[in-house]
Design a protein around this ligand. Structure first.
Ligand SMILES: [Zn+2]
Length: 252
């Protein structure tokens, strides 16, 4: 099924260093291995994520960017863009939307992966407000802003033209309608997550990550999966028929 679709280009837009690794890095690893050109956009520096009284925001921002870049490398992702917003203060502002539109138009992803803007609660837990703000900013940038040429037309002077995204993959483990099989990539997902040493401390995330992967996967008979709600803006025609794609390529 279409869970095997590997986009040519994808952009992952999330609030904090480590959000991608906790949530969707199994998908990123899978796509990177399949040749997808992936951009991570990390909106805040995660610069309040410490209980160490000696730590400053500036020091923490440097540590967290370093950890995030290392995690991306483990996943096979070589482009990490940091927007440098303050952790804990994020709003889905028009200024942020404009920045994201510019990045989408520049890198032209087929798929944007983001969090769930409607998730105030996740099961019995409160979703971080930055996660909601980042997700809202991401989907608002995708549609319709990114594709409207009269909006932010000043980018055209820099050669940055409008772009229509094919799909948005909204990460969720509570109510997915679309699944990516991460059975072959969950170990690398864990290795990437372990790069966030400042956040994990002595805690080993393996059990939680495996449990969640199993919980999502069992809905569709997969050992481990990541779950999404998938929004189609413009379907990629060849995705259901990879064999046909090969036939077409040889006959040309
Ligand atoms: Zn987070």
């Amino acid at each position: 099924m279409s869970q095997h679709y590997i986009p040519e280009r994808a952009m992952f837009i999330f609030a904090h260093p480590d959000d991608i690794e906790f949530g969707v890095a199994g998908t990123a690893v899978k796509w990177a291995r399949g040749g997808c050109d992936i951009t991570y956009v990390v909106i805040t520096d995660g610069n309040v994520g410490s209980h160490d009284r000696e730590m400053t925001r500036e020091q923490l921002a440097v540590i967290r960017r370093t950890e995030q870049s290392a995690a991306a490398e483990v996943a096979g992702v070589h482009r990490c863009i940091y927007l440098g917003y303050d952790d804990g203060m994020l709003e889905p502002s028009l200024a942020l939307r404009k920045q994201l539109v510019k990045l989408i138009r520049l890198h032209k992803p087929n798929v944007v992966v983001c969090g769930d803007p409607t998730a105030v609660l996740f099961g019995g837990r409160i979703n971080h407000p930055d996660h909601r703000a980042a997700a809202t900013a991401a989907i608002d940038a995708v549609f319709p802003a990114s594709e409207m040429h009269l909006l932010y037309s000043e980018f055209e002077e820099e050669g940055i033209t409008p772009h229509k995204v094919n799909y948005v993959y909204i990460s969720t483990y509570t109510a997915p309608d679309f699944y990516v099989d991460i059975s072959a990539t969950i170990n690398t997902k864990l290795a990437a997550l372990r790069e966030h040493k400042s956040q994990l401390g002595d805690w080993d995330p393996e059990e939680r990550i495996r449990q969640r992967g199993e919980q999502v996967g069992k809905n569709v008979g997969l050992k481990y999966a990541e779950g999404f709600r998938r929004v189609t803006l413009q379907a990629v025609v060849v995705e259901e028929e990879p064999e046909l794609e090969t036939t077409v390529a040889t006959s040309e």
